[in-house]
Write a protein that binds this ligand. Sequence first.
Ligand SMILES: Nc1nc2c(c(=O)[nH]1)N[C@H]1C(S)=C(S)[C@@H](COP(=O)(O)O)O[C@H]1N2
Ligand SMILES: [Mo]
Length: 365
Amino acid sequence: MSGNPFDGEDGREVTEPGVFSAAEVGLANRNSGAFLEMLALDITPVGAHYLLTHFDVPLLEVGAHRLVFDGAFDAPFEMSLEEIKAEPQVTMPVTMECAGNGRTGMEPRAFSMPWAYEAVGTAEWTGTPLAPLIARAKPQGGVVDFAFEGADFGYDKGVGHAFGRSLTPEELADLDVLLVYEMNGQPLLPQHGAPLRLIVPGWYGMASVKWLTRVTAMTERYQGFQQVGTYRFRQTAEELGAPVTEIRVKSLMVPPGVPDWITRKRRLSPGLVRLQGRAWSGAGVPVDKVEVRIGEKWHAAKVEKPLGRYAWAGWSLDWDAQPGHYVLACRATDAAGNVQPMEAEWNLSGFANNAPHEVEVFVED
Ligand SMILES: Nc1nc2c(c(=O)[nH]1)N[C@H]1C(S)=C(S)[C@@H](COP(=O)(O)O)O[C@H]1N2
Ligand SMILES: [Mo]
């Protein structure tokens, strides 16, 4: 007996386009997405921010919580939440997107959380910069990775593990990583990582470890499941693949008009309508341009200044809608010249699909 009931078990079924299994629907019920209509707001209300939790939400006690710095540090220590809150406080608007956002748009579809467009949100995260605390613990000379461990434990592909991720010393120096205890001015909710989480601005969400308990300095590369066993751009299950890191340029639209309850198709009256939405990119690179496709033609939208370096920008375009059937689309270009592809390159797990958002509308009297 291995003592592991999931030994050798993957659990992933063969997928069919447009057909979702009970297990996938179960994942979707737990991991809610944003309401696209709230893309009209700069800051996503906490209750409308998307959620992605692999295992169970651990219910941690604030007063008893400790963050442990251990491993190859010369001056390891532990901190209580009270001590972390006494460190210099920073509030930063950060757009976070799940790497699996858009997965249902890649065929064949990976068997996993069936996101379409809605796994993105922007919150005001409050906490303290992580780098000075790591420096205080004095990493030893040979440190090549810092590992971040969450309190949640579970199984994937037969491997039992606490959710964990890592960053190299170079990445840590480059990124404005925060140790966060508040979201939109309120203590973190259990499902968003209470009482303490990481926020890695500009990277896909998997790097922002929730329920953070431990920072371990490592002299060998971290091999945690969530670092090497998944979040990789792979064409086959056998290859390791390149790691998923920075968010790719993307935009979404507030669906205009009024919806049909079931199909989400829209109806609007002819005349002037303001199309609007949000656009973002990764690694602190600003969005340069947003275009909206109406019929066959792309039109340049007006792009607002973002709230912060790592936050999305609002965009809008006034459209004099004429009767007809349209599949509207939006696409963004960032300051590094990256533009949303009409079709994203396929990968085994359906990561980082940044193809344009399409919204079907009927303009009718
Ligand atoms: N400990 C832990 N941290 C985690 C996860 C998790 O399952 N466990 N999910 C990650 C993923 S994949 C994403 S997209 C973000 C989602 O954060 P949110 O649920 O607060 O939106 O958290 C990340 N941090
Ligand atoms: Mo994610």
